[in-house]
Ligand binder design. Structure first.
Ligand code: PLP
Length: 440
């Protein structure tokens, strides 16, 4: 394939250093299973499931066929006042996978919308219960909850917040759980740090008073900030404190949902059940944008108030439950089940664990951690240039090693599709090892 001639001037790339990118663009032209093909015809092993989302591998025929068939039948139908079978069927499949009485599904088109929707449902729920004064949200430092104003308010990645003004007014943050002294080289959940959850009870609740707090929102595993794994017992402790003081607990499962940890959801992996959780990536293998929020029956029922002809929750998106997204969801969920891909992720995650920890001792490596099909390697930042070494490793992997990684500051992350074979994991680890030796 010849290199594509592209005019790069109009597209403003998201979360991309645009000037640098446009000086040497990295263009992906096609994809199949574990690989992308670049516009100059190179094979690139996908070590990141696209962006944590193509978990069943690329261009899977079953999903492609389902979307094409849907397109021949019903291109679009709104779900405001009318609807079509897709979202009902997709919601049922998701509710079947979800734990406990988390049975009601509200569809969005992205993780960011899912987070903002979850926050709004929490507020609507308390108001329906006659406790509308509960409007303080508790997030966490280093959290990534997407880029809506709600998400960046409860989020804690400084760069995502600092130029965007005053955000939501009533938000506080727990400290993050990473501690390099105790967590530098951790396989799975670190043993140290469950007590960090006590800050909720000891500092945050006394400061705001429990009666004002709507919800606590956390990612069970922090992904975008660079694979921070919760200390063993930490999430359970958060749940206990939320129960003790009557606070809603929201899990942001946008990256952990649908098998990333080897279970349908992280809540099942950690055996901690939230009141609401978000999902997006992997729900339909990223074929058509879709996200959503799953809520406990009681939350939905509390909101079902007022005259029957009046909308109970004044919220929704034109494309909530889009026919193509729903069709892709059903086909993806079939694939997960038939190919037993969640168990496969659990198995291959162990292999990834062994591989990634073999990089200990390579130049500049200061921490390695993993859980399920997630592995992160942190390198020491260059003095005065945080993120530069990580970015250069990403570039070296892309241009010279033929592997797509994801980089967050100076942390290089793998989150491979669940269909990865041992040889693919070997290739990723080998590539990163070479880049670590090359980029000093
Ligand atoms: N929440 C979490 C935990 C995420 O990791 C992400 C994306 O990486 C989002 C929300 C935002 O999702 P989206 O980019 O689909 O808006």
């Amino acid at each position: 394939m010849g290199k594509m001639e592209l005019d790069l001037s109009s597209f403003w790339g998201p979360f991309t250093p645009n000037r640098h990118f446009k000086s040497a663009p990295r263009i992906l032209a096609s994809a199949k299973d574990m690989h992308y093909t670049t516009d100059d015809g190179r094979q690139l092993l996908d070590g990141t499931s696209g962006l944590w989302c193509v978990s069943a591998g690329h261009c899977r025929q079953r999903i492609v066929d389902a979307v094409k068939a849907q397109l021949d039948t019903l291109d679009f139908a709104p779900s405001f006042q009318v609807s079509h079978p897709g979202p009902f069927m997709a919601a049922q499949r998701i509710a079947e996978l979800a734990p406990g009485d988390l049975n009601k599904v509200f569809f969005t088109n992205s993780g960011s919308e899912a987070v903002d929707t979850a926050l709004k449902i929490a507020l609507a729920y308390w108001r329906a219960r006659g406790e509308g004064h509960r409007n303080v949200f508790i997030g966490r430092e280093r959290a990534y909850h997407g880029v809506g104003f709600g998400g960046i308010s409860v989020g804690g990645m400084v760069g995502n917040r600092k130029v965007f003004g005053s955000l939501l007014p009533r938000v506080d943050h727990l400290r993050h759980t990473f501690d390099i002294e105790h967590h530098a080289y951790c396989k799975g959940e670190p043993e140290w740090g469950a007590h960090l959850a006590d800050e909720l009870e000891q500092r945050i609740i006394p400061l705001h008073d429990a009666s004002n707090i709507a919800a606590v929102i956390v990612e069970p595993v922090m992904g975008s900030t660079g694979a921070l794994i919760p200390p063993r017992g930490y999430l359970k402790r958060l749940r206990e404190i939320c129960d003790k003081y009557g606070l809603l607990l929201i899990f942001d499962e946008v990256i952990t949902g649908f098998g990333r940890l080897g279970k349908p959801f992280a809540s099942q992996y950690f055996d901690v059940i939230p009141d609401l959780f978000t999902f997006a990536k992997s729900v339909n293998n990223a074929t058509v944008p879709m996200g959503g929020v799953v809520v406990r029956d009681g939350i939905y029922e509390a909101c079902m108030q007022g005259p029957e002809h009046v909308v109970e929750l004044m919220h929704g998106y034109t494309y909530s439950g889009h026919p193509l997204a729903a069709a892709a969801t059903l086909a993806t969920q079939d694939l997960y089940r038939e190919e037993d891909l969640f168990n496969r992720a659990a198995e291959m995650g162990k292999y990834l664990e062994a591989g990634i920890h073999s990089l200990k001792g390579l130049p500049n490596v200061i921490s390695i951690r993993n859980i399920g099909m997630i592995g992160g390697v942190e390198v020491a930042p260059r003095p005065g240039a945080p993120g530069k070494r990580g970015y250069e490793i990403f570039l070296d992997c892309f241009w010279n090693q033929g592997v797509l990684t994801r980089v967050s500051g100076d942390i290089v992350v793998f989150a491979p599709p669940f269909i990865a074979q041992r040889k693919h994991i070997d290739q990723m680890i080998d590539a990163l090892g070479k880049s670590l030796r090359t980029v000093q």
